[in-house]
Design a protein around this ligand. Structure first.
Ligand code: PLP
Length: 424
């Protein structure tokens, strides 16, 4: 068969873009060669509906072992009693959890998308906002930080069945213990979605949700630095609170409800090549080098935040505890969309993002979100953050000046083109 040059040329173009540019999208990272190798392996050929030892297809002896290793490594990494590594994405992990613990029309309390939450936490344009009845908490306008007393007030007033702690654009640590007290006070289940900071949580650099939250979901491809995918965990299994019994009359455990909600509830065959790549990534994250990586991600984010503040950029909440920050550009007279477009021309990739109490639409926005997970993988350290912020500032200050932007793109290429994709 003829090689598909059209697609492989495009893949090479994308590889050049990733190598030569500055990747500051907070949800992206670069995987190691062995994660990539597993993701591109013959395991993509295998159907394996079901779970290790209980499949609906023959020939699953090898992939059973692979999936079990992925589960065991994730359990060790997060100190979890239960893990399901099959969700194809973070959104599907959340879909499965909702299906396991909610009925259509039930109330969910999530972080407002426009304040930093995720689409799947109840946004009206997402299934979570259509199928369930969403109410929201956000950040305080003055501090940019979530206020637990306000969340408690909302929870007591609204009485949700499920509270979701977690965000896509929130730079502060979360108090999961306090969230659990609120959930207990109103009889709600508590889900933590740690998609963004999972890698930092795994290494103990941020608060651990597993002892406090009933269920925890994550993506595997952000700070955790695995292949694109999702995962569901529990610190401890528990009897389902809905009185559901097995055919034998035994009470069903939450682990059984979650497994059934993933398969057959929401997915068919698991992506065994991706599960193998997850296993490799979890193996990497269990090593000491990953601790150095995670610490450097955090240090870089802090150095970057200080460099922005020094140049009079307004970071929501004033700084960062994790790998990212949300910057309100309103005092710089540029929209998030204009900033994103100008930065892309300079080969600096960020995404426009709503800021809390934004007066612009989600297509325009007043802010950008910036993260350090990917550039840290490429070996950049604190001293490079000054340079990067200087480049970003020059683009923003000269966003209509094509000549200056071209010059900055050259500087970005010079800084990045000789660096390996995976240094650290
Ligand atoms: N949850 C949070 C908090 C996220 O930030 C994201 C992705 O950005 C997701 C869920 C969804 O992940 P995916 O894009 O894999 O569906």
């Amino acid at each position: 068969m003829q090689r598909d040059e059209q697609i492989f040329d495009l893949i090479l173009d994308e590889q050049d873009r990733q190598i030569n540019g500055l990747e500051l999208i907070a949800s992206e990272n670069f995987v190691s060669d062995q994660v990539m190798e597993a993701a591109g392996s013959v395991l993509t050929n295998k159907y394996a509906e079901g779970y290790p030892g209980k499949r609906y297809y023959g020939g699953c002896e090898v992939v059973d072992i692979v999936e079990q290793i992925a589960i065991d490594r994730a359990k060790a990494l997060f100190n979890a009693a239960y893990v399901n590594v099959q969700p194809h994405s973070g959104s599907q992990a959340n879909t499965a959890v909702y299906a396991a613990v909610l009925k259509p029309g039930d109330k969910i309390l999530g972080f407002d998308l426009s304040h930093g939450g995720h689409l799947t936490h109840g946004s009206p344009v997402n299934f979570s906002g259509k199928l369930y009845n969403p109410v929201f908490y956000g950040v305080d306008e003055a501090t940019g930080v979530i206020n637990y007393d306000t969340i408690e007030e909302i929870a007591k007033r609204e009485k949700p069945q499920l509270i979701i702690a977690g965000a896509s654009a929130y730079s502060r640590d979360m108090d999961f213990k306090r969230f659990r007290e609120i959930a207990d006070a109103v009889g709600a289940l508590l889900l933590a979605d740690i998609s963004h900071p999972a890698g930092l949580i795994a290494k103990g650099l941020l608060s651990d949700p597993l002892p406090h939250c009933h269920i925890v979901t994550t993506t595997t491809h952000k700070t955790l630095r695995g292949p694109r995918g999702g995962m569901i965990m529990m610190g401890q299994d528990f009897e389902n609170p809905f009185g559901l019994k097995t055919p034998k009359g035994e009470t069903r455990m939450m682990s059984a409800l979650l497994d059934a909600a993933v398969f057959p509830g929401n997915q068919g065959g698991p992506l065994m090549h991706i599960i193998a790549a997850k296993a490799v990534a979890f193996g990497e994250a269990l090593q000491d080098e990953f601790m150095h990586y995670a610490l450097q991600v955090q240090k870089n984010a802090q150095a970057m935040a200080s460099a922005f503040v020094k140049r009079d950029y307004k970071i929501i909440s004033g700084g960062t505890d994790n790998h990212m920050m949300l910057i309100d550009l309103r005092n710089k007279n540029i929209s998030g969309k204009e900033a994103e477009n100008a930065l892309v021309k300079a080969e600096i990739t960020v995404n426009k993002n709503m800021v809390p109490f934004d007066d612009k639409s989600p297509f325009v926005t007043s802010g950008i979100r910036v993260g350090t997970a990917a550039i840290t993988t490429r070996g950049l350290v604190e001293s490079d953050m000054e340079t990067i912020v200087d480049l970003i500032d020059r683009v923003i200050m000269n966003h209509t000046n094509e000549e200056v932007i071209e010059q900055i793109a050259d500087e970005v290429n010079e800084m990045m083109s000789e660096r390996a994709m995976f240094v650290f």
